[in-house]
Design a binder for this molecule. Structure first.
Ligand code: CTP
Ligand code: MG
Length: 221
């Protein structure tokens, strides 16, 4: 066990709606965060889970996931990850970042990402091919071109890093990135893709909760 997993879980879930922070929204009677952490804890490499919780819910989250370290999250995902990263001891060399909203990501994916970092990759992301036709449009919604989708990937979490690389990326972060690998790319490091998983879908809109219910029924844990 040599891996720390940071779990940004402090978002409001505005696109999902419902008025509760998304990580605390329930799927089959349990918060998304609990589903996510159960799968992380099942991965043999995981030594430590650090959750960035909605600041008002820190105590509630501690009770929900007693084995995790819980810190208050920040105003953006990036700040939440930085807060969690600060709680990781320097003895840990491999750090993964995993969205609470990807509640059904399997332990096998965690292991695959961790293994790639351990084998020497600086940064590792799960990736899936793009299935839809992609077009670029102008501000008036007129199509400018159809983009070749063959070299495009949909990127998921958990994303894995050497701890020092992620720390440096956060120190040098100038603008807001939607994922951690983006900050590492900006530093000029190579980011390596491993095969993603349909189970790692990000629960973002109401439709995603319905999909996740079906996926959970087929892949209980
Ligand atoms: N997140 C976080 N801190 C924030 C914003 C987001 O820890 N200030 C986390 C979310 O809890 C989620 C992950 O980052 O697990 C991915 O973000 P997203 O899916 O965008 O979740 P929300 O920001 O909660 O949703 P929305 O953007 O619809 O409000
Ligand atoms: Mg968000």
């Amino acid at each position: 066990k040599d891996v720390a997993v940071l779990v940004p879980a402090a978002g409001m879930g505005l696109r999902l709606g419902g008025g509760t922070p998304k990580a605390l929204r329930e799927l089959a009677g349990e918060p998304l965060l609990v589903h996510a952490c159960r799968r992380l804890a099942q991965a043999p490499s995981v030594a430590m889970i650090v959750i960035a919780a909605p600041p008002a819910e820190v105590e509630a989250v501690r009770a929900m996931v007693p084995a995790a370290t819980v810190v208050p999250g920040g105003a953006t995902r990036q700040l939440s990850v930085a807060a969690a990263l600060a709680a990781v001891p320097e003895t840990i060399e491999v750090v993964l970042v995993h969205d609470a909203a990807r509640a059904l990501a399997p332990a096998e994916l965690v292991e695959a990402v961790a293994a790639a970092v351990r084998s020497g990759r600086e940064a590792v992301v799960p990736a899936l091919p793009v299935v839809d036709t992609i077009k670029r449009v102008d501000t008036g919604e007129c199509v400018l071109e159809t983009v070749d989708r063959a070299p495009l990937r949909v990127i998921q979490t958990p994303q894995g890093f050497r701890r020092v690389t992620l720390v440096r990326a956060h120190e040098h972060a100038v603008d807001e990135h939607t994922d951690d690998a983006g900050m590492v790319e900006r530093l000029g490091h190579q980011v390596h893709c491993v095969p993603g998983s349909d189970l790692a879908l990000k629960i973002t809109r109401p439709l995603d909760l319905l999909i996740a219910e079906s996926l959970l029924a087929a892949h209980p844990l």
